[in-house]
Design a protein around this ligand. Structure first.
Ligand SMILES: [Fe+2]
Length: 270
């Protein structure tokens, strides 16, 4: 079973109209199921009473059943909430026809799929800007492959993908891989949602997550909340179990509530 993890994030850049805006963040489900037709997961989401649901990739894998389950889950969520989606490396590794089919199905049921694009969320007279980044596969480092060791996805690369950040609006970025978070915040993201690291797979008390998917020991952004230079990053430890083992690392449903005010946060347990 997953646990719900709650964060309160404050920013002076958030418009007053968005005070209390609540976002449920799902990531790295990898085709897992919680109850029949994901009933328990949907109940957990309903309990959080979100204003929006964001999904940051690796929600399905190559199996047809996992894709169907993701579409079914999304359909039920779309009946109640605006749902936003970016792909992770696992969706990007699907055959092109399968990925196109998945995206079309999600869009047909009402999911806003962000592929290096943006979407404006409006409340009253105010708005925030939501962005979805697709990181090219070459930037998913593989420590076993020499040529990929020195690469960096720079803020300029983010700008090439997404255009300039809208400085007038609070910007929320969905980006599957948190490895390049310094580039995201330099580009202009006020709040970034990521996943991919699975909490480091094995949690070691006092030290954090042991291993990232690219075989980095003790990855910096292993899961949880991070603040750098007044910008915010939330990394889900993920809902699935792609690596077959999770130690001291329960799957998690992330709930973020936004507040106006001086930049700060509170992480509140389940
Ligand atoms: Fe991933």
């Amino acid at each position: 079973m997953f646990r719900a993890v709650y964060y309160k994030i404050k920013s002076y850049r958030l418009p007053e109209e968005f005070e209390g805006f609540r976002i449920v963040h799902l990531s790295d489900l990898h085709g897992a199921v919680y109850g029949k037709q994901n009933r328990k997961l949907i109940e957990g989401i309903q309990k959080a009473r979100p204003d929006a649901v964001v999904m940051t990739g690796d929600m399905a894998d190559h199996s047809r059943h996992a894709i169907e389950r993701l579409v079914g889950l999304s359909r039920r969520l779309c009946r109640r909430y605006p749902v936003y989606y970016v792909v992770g490396n696992h969706e990007q590794c699907l055959k092109e026809s399968a990925l196109t089919s998945l995206i079309r199905k999600l869009e047909a049921i009402g999911v806003t799929v962000l592929e290096n694009s943006r979407h404006t969320i409006t409340r009253g007279n105010a708005s925030v800007q939501l962005y979805g980044l697709v990181t090219p596969m070459v930037y998913y480092k593989d420590r076993l492959r020499e040529y990929e060791k020195g690469i960096d996805f720079s803020a300029e690369e983010v700008r090439k993908a997404l255009g300039n950040a809208d400085k007038r609006r609070f910007g929320i970025l969905l980006a599957h891989n948190p490895l390049y978070y310094p580039s995201y915040r330099r580009w202009g993201a006020d709040l970034t949602f990521s996943g991919h690291i699975h909490g480091g797979i094995i949690r070691i008390p006092g030290l954090g997550g042991l291993l990232s998917p690219d075989l980095t020991l003790f990855p910096r952004y292993d899961g949880g909340y991070f603040q750098e230079k007044g910008k915010h990053l939330v990394v889900s430890r993920g809902l699935g179990n792609h690596f077959l083992v999770r130690v001291l690392n329960p799957p998690e449903l992330v709930v973020v509530t936004l507040h106006t005010g001086v930049c700060s946060h509170n992480g509140i347990g389940p």
